[in-house]
Design a protein around this ligand. Structure first.
Ligand SMILES: Cc1cc2nc3c(=O)[nH]c(=O)nc-3n(C[C@H](O)[C@H](O)[C@H](O)COP(=O)(O)OP(=O)(O)OC[C@H]3O[C@@H](n4cnc5c(N)ncnc54)[C@H](O)[C@@H]3O)c2cc1C
Length: 357
């Protein structure tokens, strides 16, 4: 019977939940969650990385965020089928909010939400130009004085950070900063990545000799370019380092090597950061106009940034349990724990939160 498949049952449950949320019936929505329940939100509802547990916290979160989020269109994700095992009905889902489109994973027990993941995938009006919407590129015909792609790249490299200020500065060009930089590039957000090492990929090359991926290579893809199909399942560190270097180049990232962020200060009146950079011995002052991000907070040297905070104040925004660990242990923390920079607006950088499937 068609109406008994896991997919149609999940869709029916999503319809009920969606209707309660869309009409602002918070109490009804809360009672569609099991008493033991977990909702992990990646930016979609909270503009943050947040997990709520139990009906009371779900209620609190909805009271705070539902009116602004305005979720709708809850669907079993296109091309996906729900599954059922051991009394748990599970499905990848998609949904919309007032500002974006998201996806997630839901698990139902006895017809009630047991776990829910909601992740923002894109902002409406700022959809990524790739696949069918990729840029045309070709400039046919004679156009005297027009710059070639190479000349445009060289001009950008020469002027960004000097004659023209970036919108975003990413401090730390490890794999997280590189992947984020690629996304921002694709969204047309002028971005500079600061990296204190000599080359992209050095954060892997400089680790211990026997290091290789801990996760199978197919879980580790960066945006737009998958690792080659003939690569070993657990690729060694120097190979990963070389890939990051290659990736940084072909993604046309403005990646400043030998560049250490020395300090950063948010100016509330001017609505901009002032970031002092030591670029291979030269002091450069960057003033990204809106947001700047810090990566890899537990790596040493630690470099904290917090709006309006001095370095030492901002350092205290990093939980003590993380700050006090040694490098090696801290780096093993999931990046969701390690990223403590608060976002005060809807940042383009949050367009896609990478998830392994
Ligand atoms: C042993 C091990 C195995 C792992 N295996 C996997 C795996 O198989 N798959 C997977 O997905 N993940 C794996 N990880 C996790 C992954 O390496 C990290 O999650 C990832 O490196 C984090 O990326 P990041 O860019 O946030 O930080 P990092 O890679 O730590 O990069 C931070 C960068 O910031 C730079 N920096 C720091 N301070 C400054 C400053 N003031 N100015 C300029 N630059 C600065 C550093 O030089 C560094 O390059 C593994 C981690 C470890 C420790």
């Amino acid at each position: 019977m068609l109406d008994k498949t896991p997919t149609t049952r999940v869709q029916a449950l999503l319809d009920t939940l969606g209707a309660a949320l869309e009409t602002g019936r918070i109490e009804d929505a809360v009672h569609l969650f099991a008493e033991e329940c977990y909702w992990r939100d990646l930016v979609a509802f909270t503009w943050n990385i947040k997990t709520v547990e139990g009906r009371d916290q779900v209620r609190d979160m909805l009271q705070a965020q539902l009116a602004g989020a305005k979720p709708s269109n809850w669907r079993v994700a296109a091309g996906e089928e729900a599954t059922e095992a051991d009394g748990v009905l599970e499905s990848w889902i998609s949904f919309e909010t007032a500002t974006g489109r998201g996806y997630g994973l839901v698990r139902f027990k006895n017809g009630l939400v047991w776990t829910l993941l909601t992740a923002l995938a894109e902002l409406k009006g700022h959809e990524e130009k790739s696949g069918f919407t990729r840029p045309l590129g070709a400039k046919h015909g004679q156009n005297l004085g027009a710059r070639t792609w190479k000349e445009e790249r060289e001009h950008e490299e020469r002027t960004l950070g000097y004659e023209k200020q970036p919108y975003v500065v990413i401090i730390g060009g490890g794999q997280g900063g590189i992947a984020l930089g690629a996304r921002l590039r694709q969204l047309g957000v002028p971005t500079i990545i600061l990296e204190k090492n000599d080359r992209p990929g050095d954060s892997w090359r400089k680790r211990y000799k026997s290091l290789c991926l801990h996760d199978p290579v197919w879980y580790d893809h960066l945006p737009y370019i998958d690792f080659p199909k003939n690569w070993p399942v657990f690729a060694p560190k120097d190979k990963i380092g070389d890939w990051l270097e290659f990736y940084t180049k072909v993604m046309e990232l403005n990646y400043w090597t030998r560049s250490t962020a020395k300090s950063a200060k948010w100016d509330e009146a001017a609505k901009e950061w002032t970031i002092i950079v030591d670029r291979d011995g030269e002091e450069v002052v960057l003033k990204p106009s809106s947001s700047s991000l810090r990566r890899a907070c537990p790596a040493r040297p630690i470099f904290p940034i917090s709006r309006g905070a001095s370095a030492s104040e901002a350092n205290s925004t990093i939980p003590r349990s993380i700050r006090d660990r040694t490098d090696t242990r801290a780096r093993r923390l999931p990046s969701s724990v390690r990223t403590t920079q608060p976002m005060t607006s809807a940042p383009p950088s949050m367009r896609r939160v990478s998830m392994s499937r």
